[in-house]
Design a protein. Structure first.
Length: 149
């Protein structure tokens, strides 16, 4: 299903990802654009808890602040969450710590033709193509390392 988010002027779907500090993909969730970001993060965090039980700290964008996310985190286990926000009084572009890692990963995905627009019929197919794109990135990194030796 597809939706529309009037705040972001976005038709289609939204992608939520969790990366490690190097930008490697840990979890992906895709949902219709009419679902709020905080509501879309809850299944992502539940999936993350299943596959990475040792995870203790999560950095998040300020969009994800709110009671519902904190409730979801409390159901998923003992996590601490750090909301990355722009310093008060700063106007224009500001490089925010930790957030640029996720934005860089989205930029890597944007270089893949299949992910540049929403061509997919289902959210599951889009998740599969995100994983294929990530595997492509990883194999290119490994190939570069092999040529370095």
């Amino acid at each position: 299903p597809r939706g529309f988010d009037p705040g972001k002027r976005l038709h289609g779907r939204k992608r939520h990802i969790v990366t490690d500090t190097n930008g490697l993909l840990l979890a992906v969730h895709v949902h219709p654009a009419n679902v709020q970001d905080v509501h879309g993060a809850v299944p992502l965090l539940e999936h993350l808890r299943e596959h990475f039980p040792g995870l203790q700290h999560v950095f998040a964008d300020r969009v994800y602040r709110g009671k519902q996310l904190l409730d979801a985190l409390s159901h998923c286990g003992r996590w601490t969450i750090d909301i990355v926000q722009r310093p008060p009084g700063v106007k224009g572009f500001q490089l925010l710590p930790r957030r640029w890692v996720v934005e860089r990963t989205f930029a890597w995905f944007g270089r893949c033709r299949r992910l540049s627009k929403d061509f997919e019929g289902s959210a599951a197919t889009e998740v599969a193509w995100l994983l294929v794109a990530h595997l492509r990135l990883l194999t290119r990194r490994l190939a570069r390392l092999q040529h370095a030796f």
